[in-house]
Structure formats: C-alpha cells, structure tokens
Write a new protein. Sequence first.
Length: 302
Amino acid sequence: AAVWQKPYLNVFKHFRVDEWRRSAKEGDVTTFMDKTLKGTVYRIRGSIPASNYIQLPKTSAQSLGLVGRYLYLLFRPMPNKYFVVHLDVSTEDNQVVRISFSNLFKEFKSTATWLQFPFICGASKGSVYEGTAKSSKQDLVGVAPANVRWTCLVLDLQYILSMYLNRRYSHLKSVKLCSNLLVKNLCTSDLLFDPGVTFSEARQSNLACHGLSPMPREMAFPVPKGEKWHDRYDYIRFPSDGSKLPYDSIQKSCCSPAAALEDTVHELPQLVTLTKAVRDRLSLVQQITSPKAVSIPQKESA
C-alpha cells in the first residue's frame, strides 16, 4: 500500500504546500528566493511559535499516513531566534506520540505520549562560536548563532519510538513547523541518504549494499565546484549511528554516514589533531548527551 512512497516522498511537492489546500499556514508565513540554496524557501517568523506555523495535513482529523522510517527536514534556524517543531507519529497499537524539538527547550523531557528534545544549533565552520569551548550546557542550548547554517536533519522515527518508549512505529500522522525557521523541504524514506556523497562515488563504493544512498537531486543543497558539502552545511542524524543508549539532545553529528561506514568497514580510523578548545567542547557535548545513570532495584532471590 505504501509503494507510492518509495524510494522516497517529497512531502511538500506531494501535498502541494504552496496551494494550501491540503496543508495550513498561520501567522507570518512567506516565501522568498534564498541566495545560498538558489531556490525558493518558506520563511516562518513571529515571536510566538504557536501562532506562526506551517501544518500538514490541514486539520488534526486527517493523517499524512507516511510510513518512511526516516524523516528529512531541510531547514535553517533563524539567527538569534527560537523555533519549535512538532511531529505526531502513530504506533502500531494506535497510540499517538508527539515528538518535539526546539532550541527553546533546556532539557530532555518525556511522558508516555510526548518526547521533548533540546536542539543545539551549530555555526559555520571556523567561526568563534564553533571553535570556543562552552562552560555549561546552558551556553550551548538557546537562540541560534548569527551564522547558523542550512541543515539536513534526519530523524529515525522507528528507532526513537523503540528506544525511548519501547513502542513500534507505524506512520507519521502530522507535522507542525513553528517560527522561527527557513524551510526548504520535508521528505520521508526508508533509505538513509548521505548528502556529501555523489552518485559516482556511491557506485564506486557500492554503498547501496550497506543501506546508504546519495541524496536525491530535488532534496540536495547546491555545492560550488571544488568545495565539499559538509564544509558548507550541517548534517544531523538522530539518534546517531551506533548509539546503544538514548541521547537527550539533538545536535550535529561528528561525520557523515559514509565516513562512519568507511571507518567501520575498512577499520582505518583517521588520526586527527584537535585543538584544546575543540577537545573541551567535544568533552562537554559527551557529558551533555550521555544518559543519566538510573538505579534499578534488584529483585530479592526466592
């Protein structure tokens, strides 16, 4: 029944977001030509996220019915602002769970029907914000920096429900993109796309055998000749590959899926010299994202 959603589904195109018949907009929602992406993007602005948003489908009584395991959000947080995104997903036992992430959230919170993740905005490579080690978690979460980059966020909805709530994922019911955001597109797929890999590189490395594919052209960000995708944009996969324990914030991955796969398959870890500032920041990020220890009472023996 979901063959029409494969190999991926361009959600904005399929639901004709620009016509606003199967979707809804509220507040300050406009389109403009973005110079970085060289294309039209949606801009959602406003001091109150709940009053300025794009919503799919149009009403809460409807459902998107999208079964793809991965949700791809191509977006850019607006500098010096807060944003919020809500995803309503349905489990196999018909329970609706809301997954929210925002740079407004200070800590991870969860209930049986709601997961709230802090989103840590990255900055341009080599910037003061990126290179300076922060002294506390409160310094990392918060408004996006002035030079925040366009981001490809990949959410593993199946893994999130399984890991955090021990539930089985059925489908994506609705999406609500609240201010303050620039949004290029929204897609779903069962495939893991790596935007930093070209089609020729994918064929040469035979990445398809490992479940990786190059980013489809209609989802891709432009990269000037001679430059690399990961030097211009951020790629965030959540939860990150290989994590056996839940993380309590969403932030930039250390490397692309293909790079991680290459290290794993060929077992050739690269030697990288890191500055003290970067080492301190990585150490802090590890402390922030490591799950807190939970004491489990031992059962008395019979």
